[in-house]
Design a protein. Structure first.
Length: 132
């Protein structure tokens, strides 16, 4: 069951990242609920990490997590499960950082970015259950 939730969450996160990247890279406005200022967040200097768009990093991250989930078994520690847990934890911490950046630095909220952060949190919770 946990793997299925992880697969769904990673597919959702991948879809969100693809949507953000596709719209923003083609300079087409995102359809943001509640008229959220997504473009302000995506146009900020913090929208890139080491010169790479955070949406591209998200695409790679969620695709890798989805792939790795096929090689793990809950309750069984393996090299794949350790790698998966490290990546999921790093992704979760990076999401927390980006949410803080939206709140403190940019002072604007991107609903799609928050959706990705929620997805990352779900993946983290699923990842923790692998080791319980």
């Amino acid at each position: 069951m946990n793997i299925m939730i992880g697969l769904l969450a990673s597919a959702l996160g991948f879809s969100i990242a693809i949507y953000i990247h596709e719209r923003h890279s083609k300079k087409r406005p995102l359809r943001c609920p509640r008229r959220a200022p997504c473009e302000t967040v995506l146009g900020s200097p913090q929208a890139k990490t080491f010169g790479i768009s955070n949406s591209v990093l998200g695409i790679a991250y969620y695709a890798l997590i989805f792939f790795l989930l096929f090689f793990v078994s809950p309750g069984k520690v393996s090299a794949y499960s350790v790698i998966l847990f490290v990546l999921i934890t790093a992704g979760f911490l990076f999401s927390l950082y980006l949410v803080r950046v939206q709140r403190v630095v940019i002072k604007q909220w991107c609903i799609w970015c928050l959706g990705s952060a929620i997805t990352s949190t779900i993946l983290f919770l699923v990842g923790v259950t692998f080791f319980l």
